[in-house]
Ligand binder design. Structure first.
Ligand SMILES: *[C@@H]1O[C@H](CO)[C@@H](O)[C@H](O)[C@H]1NC(C)=O
Length: 191
C-alpha cells in the first residue's frame, strides 16, 4: 500500500514536466559558460566556476509551485522561450553594471547567470506554462511588478543559499580556484 501511494505521488509530480533533450542540455550549458567566461574576463573574476549539466538538479523543480518556493534563493532561471541567441557583451563597463544591485528583472537575470559559485544546472520543459513575478520598466519609466510566462525552467546547483554574486572574488581570472583551473577555459575554475 505504501509503495502504491509513493508511486501515485511520483506520477503526479512527474506530470508537470517533460524531459529536457540532450542537445538542449548542451546548449544551455554552453550558453551559460559563454556568459560566465566573458564576465570573468571583463570584471575580472578570480573564482568563476565552469558549469556542467547535472541531471539530478532537474528533480529540484518538479512543478511551478516548487520552483516558486525554491526560487526564493534565486536558483531558478525561468525561460520564456528556449532560444540562446544573445551574445555576452560585458565591454564598456557592462560587467561593473551587473555588480550593482538592480531592481530590474533583465539585469537580475544576468546577475543570476554569472554567480561564480554555481557549478551545475538542470532544466525541465513544462507541460503547462509557469507564471512567475518579474520587475520591469513601465511606460512612465518606473519599476513595476508584472507577471511573465515560462515554458522551461533551470535550477542552479552549487553552494547552498547564495545571493546573486555572493562569494565573488575579484582578481586575475582563474587565479583562485579551489579545485584547479577549468580544462576548457583559461578564465574559469573546475567546478
Ligand atoms: C549534482 O547535484 C547534486 C545536488 O546538488 C550534488 O549533490 C552533486 O554533487 C552534483 N554532481 C556533480 C557531478 O556536480
Amino acid at each position: 500500500m505504501k509503495l502504491l501511494t509513493a508511486l501515485g505521488i511520483l506520477s503526479i509530480c512527474a506530470g508537470f514536466t517533460l524531459a529536457f533533450p540532450e542537445d538542449l542540455q548542451q546548449r544551455v550549458v554552453d550558453y551559460l559558460n559563454r556568459y560566465r567566461e566573458s564576465f570573468a574576463a571583463h570584471l575580472p573574476v578570480a573564482n568563476m566556476n565552469e558549469m556542467i549539466y547535472n541531471a539530478s538538479l532537474e528533480r529540484r523543480i518538479s512543478s511551478c509551485s516548487i520552483a516558486r518556493y525554491e526560487g526564493k534563493d534565486n536558483r531558478v532561471m525561468y525561460m520564456r522561450e528556449i532560444e540562446f541567441k544573445n551574445k555576452p557583451n560585458f565591454e564598456n563597463n557592462g560587467a561593473e553594471e551587473i555588480m550593482i544591485d538592480h531592481d530590474d528583472s533583465e539585469l537580475f537575470f544576468y546577475r543570476q547567470l554569472v554567480n561564480p559559485l554555481y557549478s551545475g544546472v538542470g532544466c525541465t520543459n513544462l507541460k503547462k506554462p509557469c507564471m512567475h513575478k518579474i520587475r520591469k520598466v513601465s511606460e512612465d519609466s518606473k519599476m513595476e511588478d508584472a507577471e511573465d510566462k515560462a515554458i522551461a525552467m533551470c535550477f542552479f546547483g552549487g553552494d547552498e543559499n547564495l545571493k546573486p554574486l555572493e562569494g565573488l572574488k575579484r582578481g586575475e581570472p582563474a587565479n583562485q580556484c579551489p579545485n584547479g583551473k577549468s580544462k576548457t577555459s583559461r578564465y574559469m575554475c573546475k567546478p
